[in-house]
Ligand binder design. Structure first.
Ligand SMILES: Cc1cc2nc3c(=O)[nH]c(=O)nc-3n(C[C@H](O)[C@H](O)[C@H](O)COP(=O)(O)OP(=O)(O)OC[C@H]3O[C@@H](n4cnc5c(N)ncnc54)[C@H](O)[C@@H]3O)c2cc1C
Length: 387
């Protein structure tokens, strides 16, 4: 028998999150969408309230002060996060790069614990103008100078860079070694030679800002290395399964569930030809497809998350989740707009923003094409499906 039950404790956490999102975050959704930022005093208020309820840094390990939730439990939380705006989720519940777990010694006091307490913000900078999907193709270099490194280069699209106090970045320390010649560094805002560039405004996810980072002869000591030299990609990606399952898989399910709920309500209310549009079989087909696809994605997410919790490394399944859940969200968002007709396209309804927000899930954290490539390569190598 497969036990799909959720613990009483987790049921309470999900209920508390649902209530918090409804009462504390929802009232500000329109404001942050319009202003494209979360007011600092609002951000502080939300974080303080979430912390008081034990809802901050839920996915970070308990020994670092976080909630210590399992991958499955974190996916259940992310489903709730999908019912509101990404920027509000980040400000209230934290957006801490899981790669910080790799901090050692004094780095833990300086970066990990303050980030988990919400005292500092940390962003993860890997992508460069010339290297996105090809994360090993970066041009930023870190040249050794005694016990220091001199970093030159740039990053772009870095989420929360406008607010972050510190950054994990990747740089090439040995150009002869490819992916194994990349090292991760912890760097601080305000260090001479490090500039946070312009905000790059996006189609959606408004109020979560993404910026360029510029390094011009930025000097950092070797104590700022996250992990060993040449281990940068491994360090930055070591926690990627959990991130993809939660922040993409779980989040897409939550977003799609909200779109479906709105569509069901509208199909019941909206009347044409003297009937509610939900009585038309073609509208019913769209609702049925939405529900079926959400259910399929949810089972995939929970299964891969459960395997992750058992210490397995279901990376092909995680790629399937990343690919299927994000594409599923795209199809659900498209159907929702169709069911709402002109109102779905109109800025007076939140649907058009949800449609725009949904689009990026097929691009970041590995575009769909990259994940299909990973899945296919594994099939061809292993000759079977990793069920
Ligand atoms: C909103 C947003 C937030 C982001 N936040 C961060 C962040 O916090 N930190 C960070 O480091 N990065 C971040 N990124 C960057 C993100 O991870 C990259 O955009 C993503 O990895 C894709 O890289 P790219 O944009 O350079 O596209 P490219 O790599 O140029 O890809 C363009 C197209 O080519 C396809 N393609 C590329 N290679 C192949 C291949 N081998 N086979 C088949 N198709 C291929 C891709 O699938 C895609 O369709 C963010 C991006 C966005 C849009």
């Amino acid at each position: 028998m497969i036990d799909f039950s959720i613990s009483e404790e987790m049921t309470m956490v999900v209920k508390t999150l649902k209530r918090f999102i409804e009462t504390e975050l929802k009232p500000y959704e329109a404001e942050v969408e319009e202003k494209q930022f979360v007011r600092p005093e609002l951000a502080l208020e939300l974080k303080t309230k979430a912390k008081a309820l034990g809802l901050f840094a839920l996915g970070m390990p308990e020994e670092s002060g976080g909630g210590g939730l399992s991958a499955v439990d974190m996916c259940l939380c992310e489903e709730q996060f999908g019912w509101t705006k990404d920027a509000l989720v980040r400000r209230a519940f934290g957006a801490i790069p899981a790669a910080l777990e790799n901090c050692v010694g004094e780095q833990r006091e300086r970066y990990l614990y303050p980030a988990v307490r919400g005292d500092i913000g940390v962003a993860l900078g890997m992508t460069e103008p010339n290297a996105g999907s090809d994360a090993a193709g970066i041009l930023t270099t870190a040249k050794r100078d005694g016990s220091d490194f001199i970093i030159n280069g740039s990053k772009h699209f870095i989420s929360d860079a406008d607010l972050a106090d510190s950054f994990i970045i990747t740089a090439v320390t040995d150009p002869t070694k490819g992916a194994k010649g990349i090292t991760a560094f912890l760097i601080d805002r305000g260090t001479p030679g490090f500039t946070i560039g312009r905000i790059q405004y996006m189609m959606g996810l408004r109020a979560t800002n993404h910026c360029e980072l510029v390094f011009e002869n930025l000097r950092v000591s070797e104590a700022q290395m996250l992990g060993a030299e040449g281990q940068g990609l491994y360090q930055a990606l070591s926690t990627i399964n959990r991130v993809r399952l939660g922040m993409v898989g779980g989040r897409c399910i939550g977003m799609a569930s909200k779109l479906m709920k709105m569509s069901i309500d509208y199909a019941n209310e909206r009347k044409q030809f003297g009937k509610s549009i939900g009585e038309f079989q073609m509208v019913q087909a769209m609702l049925a497809d939405m529900a079926t696809e959400i259910y399929a994605a949810r089972m995939m997410v929970l299964n891969a998350a459960w395997e992750t919790d058992q210490g397995m490394d279901p990376r092909e399944k995680v790629s399937m989740v990343k690919y299927f859940a994000s594409e599923m969200l795209g199809r659900v968002a498209d159907k929702a707009v169709q069911i709402f007709g002109g109102m779905g396209y109109c800025k007076e309804m939140p649907l058009e923003q949800m449609y725009r927000d949904a689009r990026v899930y097929r691009i970041f954290d590995g575009a769909s094409d990259i994940h299909r490539m990973v899945i296919a390569r594994s099939l061809l190598k292993n000759g079977s499906h990793p069920l």
